[in-house]
Ligand binder design. Structure first.
Ligand code: 7RM
Length: 631
């Protein structure tokens, strides 16, 4: 493995090299991996189409790089250590050798159930080692995995299965999360009532909940594994063959299936993992995300395994059995690198130091955050109370679409600054543009965050909808990838991400499309129209504020709020439930019929004194009425 960047000077040199000659820079990174055949060309690109190809005509399998490549030197080292939801349940460790065997066996199971290269396979599973095994087995046989977060509803699951025409669904009888059991198979059954493409459902036994198995279609994981051979030679893939699809909300109700490919994603997740966290041999690394999000894909599974690290996987939640669980796990496992979300930090801070103090956190060397801007308060608490002032905090900005961390300090190597993601990784060329798409040069400026040059792990398309891919990311600003975020650049060239400029609300680090929540609410027979905006929430980062127009005046507003939120829970998931629902008689609309969310955001934030120009509204009087009854 090549060495990490280990000083600010070296970062500057590497950064300059990566701009001068990106092809040479990335070629060097790619050479460390095992290839069946090396590439003919490092990069071809055209942002106007957009078309991208990294390491063209290279042949490889990413799981040979995650597993086989490490067998000789670190076959007995722990690859995955899994920690159960219930602290009394035994943890489970898989060495690289053992993980290799499990992945090979499950590859045979997939093949035995009819899967082949290029098929889409949906994973709807709890955070158990079998989820990682299934992800890797898909990659090993050349199938495209689509992991759906196990908190999503039957409707969200079936929409995602249908969008990608998945042929196999892998799930479990249930999942443990805190005190609750999620009935994953029951939810899957409901989803499979409307997913004609699914031929097989492989069911892992986890909670031993009573479920029904449909003969022909449903098979048990453990029974299939008993029969499976533990040798499987990996399918040889092209660099640009798709590796996975992962759904993320967009500004229309329909989620986008972000598609990543093989070689570029591999090179970038390994490189960014090692450098951002300054991983070194012997580290115990723990990312608390769920594999259902991109953070889990890139920094629980692929990045750490590619780097030959020990990655911890946790089934539970931060507050079960109490708010000391994270800190107890760190002590017990001597975690040295800890990566979590600002929403978890804020929630645990609010519980008080009596949950932190009992634990010895001296194994920690590096702390990380991801998912949303971290406010200065939370940053300082994390630094002082968890890092004890000794651990650099990496504030990592990136997206499902970028595949890996784009802007972040390198732990202890480049400077940190509270609430700033700071500097781009070597190889990444961000820029700020104004509304017209003109680049804003210099420092102490603010604008829309774009990336002007390709990097290996960028998404290649939206599954089945390249037009939308182009429209969403490559049409706003010419020759730039548009992130959807606003940012400012300080006097030292450091970036601070200010938030989404489009209609996505980030609640507890999860991207929620306003349109998706609105359409769930609109299903209620008495709901005529809705508008959702985010507002600052002390724990979740953003809360969901709903303005709702009813057909007939509700007799019992509280009961109606409950019914509306039940629909949101069913169609989108519990995380999207509205914190506040205000009933209104009209919404502020422009003459062309667009809701002016800017006004609603101000009202939701309690800043209705300064609403700016409302003269372009169809009916400005509606604003006063909304102001008066604001929650
Ligand atoms: C990794 C992930 C992406 C959006 C992104 C931002 C926000 C993520 C940070 C952040 C400020 C950060 N993927 N975001 N990280 N904002 N500082 N360090 O979260 O696709 O689910 O979300 O999240 O708005 O565009 S994601």
């Amino acid at each position: 493995m090549s060495k990490n960047i280990n000083s600010l000077e070296q970062y500057k040199i590497e950064y300059a090299k990566s701009i001068e000659n990106p092809e040479a820079f990335w070629e060097k990174k790619a050479e460390q991996f095992s290839w069946h055949k090396k590439w003919d060309k490092v990069l071809s690109w055209d942002f106007t189409k957009p078309e991208l190809s990294w390491f063209e005509a290279g042949k490889l399998n990413i799981t040979e790089n995650c597993l086989d490549r490490h067998l000789k030197n670190k076959g007995d080292q722990t690859a995955i250590k899994w920690i159960a939801n219930n602290p009394n349940e035994q943890s489970r460790c898989f060495s690289y050798k053992e993980l290799h065997v499990e992945v090979c066996r499950f590859s045979n199971v997939l093949k035995g159930n009819g899967a082949k290269k290029g098929d889409r396979i949906c994973l709807y599973m709890p955070m158990v080692p079998e989820l990682a095994i299934a992800v890797l087995a898909c990659a090993r046989i050349g199938a495209i995995h689509s992991v759906v977060f196990a908190g999503f509803s039957a409707k969200s699951l079936s929409d995602r299965i249908n969008d990608a025409d998945c042929t196999i669904l892998i799930t479990a009888d249930g999942g443990f999360r805190g005190e609750k059991i999620t009935p994953l198979k029951d939810i899957s059954d409901e989803a499979m009532d409307s997913t004609p493409s699914i031929k097989k459902c492989i069911v892992l036994e986890r909670t031993k909940s009573k479920i029904t198995m449909k003969s022909e279609r449903d098979v048990w994981w453990h029974k299939e594994m008993q029969k499976a051979n533990s040798n499987f030679s990996a399918e040889i893939m092209d660099s640009e063959d798709p590796l996975f699809i992962l759904y993320t909300s967009g500004s229309t109700g329909k989620p986008k299936g972000i598609q990543h490919t093989t070689a570029g994603y591999m090179v970038y997740t390994e490189y960014s993992f090692r450098n951002v966290f300054q991983y070194s041999e012997g580290d115990i690394y723990w990312c608390t995300a769920d594999i259902g999000w991109i953070t889990g894909h890139s920094y629980i599974v692929y990045g750490p395994l590619l780097a030959g690290a020990t990655t911890i996987m946790f089934e539970g939640v931060p507050t079960y059995p109490d708010a000391g669980r994270f800190w107890q796990i760190i002590e017990e496992n001597k975690v040295s690198i800890f990566y979590t979300a600002p929403t978890a930090i804020r929630a645990l801070e609010a519980k008080g130091m009596e949950f932190v103090n009992p634990y010895d956190l001296s194994s920690l060397k590096v702390l990380g955050t991801v998912g949303e801007p971290i406010n200065e308060d939370a940053w300082h608490w994390y630094d002082k109370e968890i890092g004890k002032g000794n651990c650099p905090i990496v504030d990592t900005w990136w997206q499902t679409e970028t595949g890996g961390i784009m802007i972040s300090n390198l732990a202890g190597v480049t400077p940190s600054k509270p609430s700033f993601a700071t500097l781009p990784l070597a190889g990444i060329q961000p820029c700020l543009v104004d509304e017209k798409g003109k680049e804003i040069e210099g420092n102490n400026v603010e604008g829309r965050l774009c990336i002007k040059f390709p990097w290996p792990s960028m998404a290649r398309t939206i599954y089945g909808n390249h037009k939308r891919f182009k429209a969403t990311y490559f049409s706003n600003f010419e020759n730039n990838y548009f992130t959807g975020d606003g940012a400012l650049r300080d006097e030292n060239g450091m970036y601070r991400i200010t938030g989404r400029v489009d209609d996505v609300i980030i609640v507890s680090g999860h991207n929620l499309g306003t349109a998706e929540i609105e359409s769930a609410m609109d299903e209620h027979y008495n709901v005529c129209e809705t508008a959702i905006v985010g507002y600052a929430h002390p724990i979740k980062g953003n809360g969901v504020y709903a303005f709702v127009i009813c057909h007939s005046k509700p007799n019992n507003e509280q009961a109606l709020r409950k019914e509306i939120n039940a629909l949101v829970q069913k169609n989108v998931g519990a995380i999207a439930k509205a914190d506040k629902i205000q009933f209104v008689s009209g919404l502020p609309k422009t003459r062309s019929g667009k809701i002016m969310r800017r006004i609603l955001r101000k009202i939701a934030a309690g800043e209705s004194d300064d609403l700016g120009d409302i003269s372009t509204l169809l009916d400005p009087s509606v604003v006063n009425e909304i102001k008066i009854s604001a929650q």
